[in-house]
Design a protein around this ligand. Structure first.
Ligand code: OGA
Ligand code: MN
Length: 282
């Protein structure tokens, strides 16, 4: 029988004694995910094909969009896996995101239909650095005062598409010269979304850089967004994953954001990543 052990923080739980190759493993994980928002399975003994099969039970796997990736293929035998790594072979990066910090974001929020769940499996980790921190977006919403809740109830936010979580233009958008949030491309999503499975309301923000609330002046939009972001990542609303090889972390992008600490000079890190297609946020 598998065991679910909450981290004791505002989100996150370990699942132990689970056989990832069994048919009902995904039911156990999904129930825990909806309750704890982030799930960790340590010592995941699983190859890339079985990893793909496991994740596919949570929804349609989507791969990274062509415009946001640096190469067409990462692992020929498991083409839906994205490699997130600072490893280079013959001077060429084998994956995405290098060793820098990744600011708070939710995955593929810059698409009309963003990611549902993300799976990150650690194949190689540096001795220090590169922690991934998560925040609880149900709490971030519930703890707003009544007037702020009312003010944002019908507002939408632009999840800009052209720049990464580090503010760097994506491969397909290198010729965009503006960084005016009003002008940058990207879909609009409701700031408050209702989780399709739990029915709970959560704040839904993407990347702070380039975000904008249409209908507000740029100044008012910036002030409101700064206030919301400060809450999300504020004290008591986060939990950090310190990676070990074999850790599989699964998160629900509808109810969390995440950020990654830089690990410049700390060593090599290689993560295998899968995501499921979610639904249009409402
Ligand atoms: C991602 C991501 C964080 C990390 O793959 O979507 O944000 O710790 N990764 O590498
Ligand atoms: Mn991410």
């Amino acid at each position: 029988m598998s065991k679910i052990i909450p981290t004791g923080a505002v989100l996150g739980a370990d699942i132990t004694e689970i056989d990832l190759h069994s048919r009902d493993a995904s039911d156990t994980v999904l129930a825990a995910l909806h309750h704890h928002l982030v799930v960790r399975i340590r010592g995941a003994d699983i190859d890339d094909l079985a990893f793909t099969r496991f994740a596919s039970r949570f929804g349609q796997l989507e791969g990274s969009p062509a415009f946001s990736r640096s190469r067409p293929n990462y692992i020929p035998d498991a083409p839906l896996i994205t490699v997130v790594s600072n490893v280079k072979e013959n001077g060429v990066p084998i994956g995405e995101h290098g060793d820098g910090e990744l600011n708070w974001h939710t995955d593929l929020g810059f698409m009309e239909t963003p990611s549902g769940y993300t799976f990150l499996l650690a194949r190689q980790v540096p001795p220090t650095g590169g922690d991934t921190r998560f925040c609880n977006m149900y709490n971030a919403y519930e703890q707003l005062d009544a007037s702020t809740k009312q003010a944002i109830a019908t507002l939408r936010i632009k999840h800009q598409k052209s720049h990464t979580a580090q503010g760097i233009p994506r491969p397909g958008f290198k010729d965009i010269s503006t960084i005016d949030p009003r002008e940058l491309p990207g879909p609009l999503h409701p700031i408050v979304r209702t989780h399709p499975h739990t029915g709970r309301q959560a704040l839904y923000l993407g990347r702070r850089f380039g975000a904008y609330i249409p209908g507000l002046s740029l100044e008012d939009s910036e002030r409101l967004l700064d206030g919301l972001w400060a809450r999300c990542g504020g004290e008591g609303n986060t939990w950090a994953q310190k990676w070990q090889v074999g850790d599989m972390i699964i998160w629900d992008n509808r109810a969390t954001m995440h950020r990654r600490e830089q690990f410049v000079g700390a060593g090599l890190r290689r993560m295998h990543r899968l995501t499921t297609l979610g639904e249009k946020p409402t």
